[in-house]
Write a protein that binds this ligand. Structure first.
Ligand code: SF4
Length: 392
C-alpha cells in the first residue's frame, strides 16, 4: 500500500500515517498462566479454554486493524504470560493472521516464550509449522531449592525433559532464562545451573537479577533477597563462565553465541519502533508510547488498538533523550556520540555535562572511538548509572 493511501485512512492519527516506518517489530502479549509466581508483576490471567478462544478471536481482530496500513514486520515476539499454553490451532491462527495483516517478506525472527511444563511434542510441531525461529525457555534455575523459593510450578526434571525434547527440533534456536539474587543464592548454586545449562549448549542465555516489584506476593511478604555483595559475585561468575564458553555478553542481561543475538530485543535497546498487541502490550511508534488496556475482560469486549482510538502524544525532548540513553546504554558496545548529536541537535556532554563527567571519573562509563559505553565496573553497577541519567 502506498504512503499516499495510508494518509487517507481516517482516525485520530491519520495525518501521521505517512511518517510510519515501512516495517516494525511486533510484540504479542499472551496473558495466560497456569499458576502465578509470587515475584511476577506481568499482566496475566488464569487459563481457560473458552478464554483462549475469545482471546485469539480478539487478537486477530486487533491485528486486522493494521492490515490497511501496509506495514512490514521484521520480528515477532510472543511474550507473556505463558505463550506455550496456547493450543497448536491458536498458534497457527495467530501467525496466519500476522502474515495476512503485515508484509512478512523481511520477517527474519519469530520468538516464542515457553515454560518447561508446557513444552510438548504437539506444541513444538505447531511452532515449527508456524515458522518460529527461537524458543525462549523460562528455566530460572537448575537447583530445586531455588525453584521452590521462586514458587515456580516446574521441577528440574520437567526442565530436563523439555530440553531433551527440544533437542529433537534442531531448527529451533534456544534461549535459556536464568534468575539470580534469590534468597539463599550462592556461587555454588549458580555454578551448578551454568554447568547444567552448558550440556545443552543453548545459543542464547539471559540472566536476570530478581527484583521485588510492587504489588507482588514477594513485596507483600517482604521476601528477602540475596545481599548486594552475593548478587555482585554471582553476576561476576555468570559473566566469567559464559564469556569463557564462547558467549558474547552483548547486553546487560544477555549472552549470545555468534549470530544468535535476539534481534527483537536489540530493536528495543536501539530505540526502534515497535508495536505491541494483546492486553497490556506497550508500543512505541512515531516517537510516542501507548499501551493496550491491561484487563483481559475489557480487551475481549473491544480489542481495537489505541493507535486507532487516541491521538498520539510524542515524548517530550527531555523524556525522549533520557529513554534513548537508557535503552542504548544497555547494549554493551555502547552507542555513537555522533548519532546522538545528529538525532538531538546537541552533544551528550552538552545535555548531561555533570553526570557524564562524574560517571567517567568514577570509572562507570567510558568514551571509546566516539562511542559511549559501560566500563566493566559500570556493567555491574548499571542500575546506578541509569539512575544518574534519569535524575539529571
Ligand atoms: S513469571 Fe511467567 S509463568 Fe510466572 S506468573 Fe509471571 S508470566 Fe506467569
Amino acid at each position: 500500500m502506498s504512503r499516499l493511501v495510508r494518509g487517507m485512512i481516517e482516525g485520530p492519527n491519520s495525518r501521521l500515517l505517512s511518517q510510519l516506518p515501512s516495517s516494525i517489530c511486533l510484540y504479542i502479549h499472551v496473558p495466560f498462566c497456569s499458576h502465578f509466581c509470587p515475584y511476577c508483576a506481568f499482566s496475566k490471567a488464569t487459563w481457560r479454554e473458552d478464554l483462549e478462544l475469545a482471546y485469539v478471536t480478539a487478537l486477530c481482530e486487533e491485528l486486522s486493524g493494521f492490515e490497511r496500513l501496509g506495514l512490514g514486520v521484521k520480528t515477532v515476539f510472543f511474550g507473556g504470560g505463558t505463550p506455550s499454553m496456547l493450543s497448536p490451532a491458536s498458534i497457527l491462527a495467530i501467525m496466519g493472521q500476522v502474515r495476512r495483516c503485515f508484509d512478512d517478506s523481511e520477517l527474519t525472527e519469530i520468538t516464542f516464550e515457553a515454560n518447561p511444563e508446557s513444552v510438548s511434542r504437539p506444541f513444538l510441531d505447531a511452532v515449527s509449522e508456524a515458522g518460529v525461529h527461537r524458543l525462549s525457555l523460562g528455566v530460572q534455575s537448575f537447583v530445586p531449592e531455588e525453584l521452590s523459593v521462586l514458587g515456580r510450578v516446574h521441577s528440574v526434571d520437567t526442565v530436563l525433559e523439555a530440553l531433551a525434547l527440544l533437542g529433537q527440533y534442531p531448527a529451533l534456536a534456544i534461549n535459556i532464562d536464568l534468575m539470580f539474587g534469590i534468597q539463599g543464592a550462592s556461587i555454588k548454586a549458580i555454578q551448578y545451573s551454568l554447568d547444567q545449562l552448558a550440556s545443552y549448549d543453548p545459543g542464547h542465555v539471559s540472566v536476570y537479577g530478581l527484583s521485588i516489584e510492587p504489588n507482588t506476593v514477594f513485596a507483600q511478604r517482604s521476601e528477602p533477597v540475596a545481599s548486594e555483595q552475593v548478587s555482585f559475585e554471582i553476576y561476576e561468575r555468570v559473566i566469567q563462565v559464559l564469556t569463557g564458553a564462547g558467549y558474547r555478553h552483548y547486553e546487560v542481561s544477555a549472552f549470545a553465541k555468534p549470530g544468535q543475538e535476539c534481534r527483537h530485543n536489540l530493536a528495543y535497546w536501539h530505540f526502534d519502533s515497535f508495536l505491541g498487541v494483546g492486553p497490556s502490550a506497550d508500543s512505541f511508534l512515531l516517537g510516542a508510547r501507548f499501551s493496550q488496556c491491561s484487563s483481559l475482560k475489557t480487551y475481549l469486549k473491544d480489542p481495537t488498538s489505541p493507535f486507532f482510538l487516541t491521538p498520539l502524544t510524542p515524548l517530550s525532548d527531555t523524556h525522549y533523550r533520557t529513554e534513548y540513553l537508557l535503552a542504548n546504554l544497555r547494549v554493551l558496545e555502547g552507542f555513537s556520540l555522533d548519532q546522538y548529536q545528529h538525532r538531538f541537535g546537541h552533544s551528550l556532554q552538552d545535555d548531561y555535562p555533570h553526570v557524564s563527567d562524574r560517571l567517567v571519573l568514577e570509572g562507570l562509563i567510558e568514551y571509546d572511538s566516539r562511542r559511549l559505553r559501560f566500563t566493566k565496573k559500570g556493567i555491574y553497577l548499571h542500575n546506578e548509572v541509569l539512575m544518574a541519567f534519569i535524575e539529571a
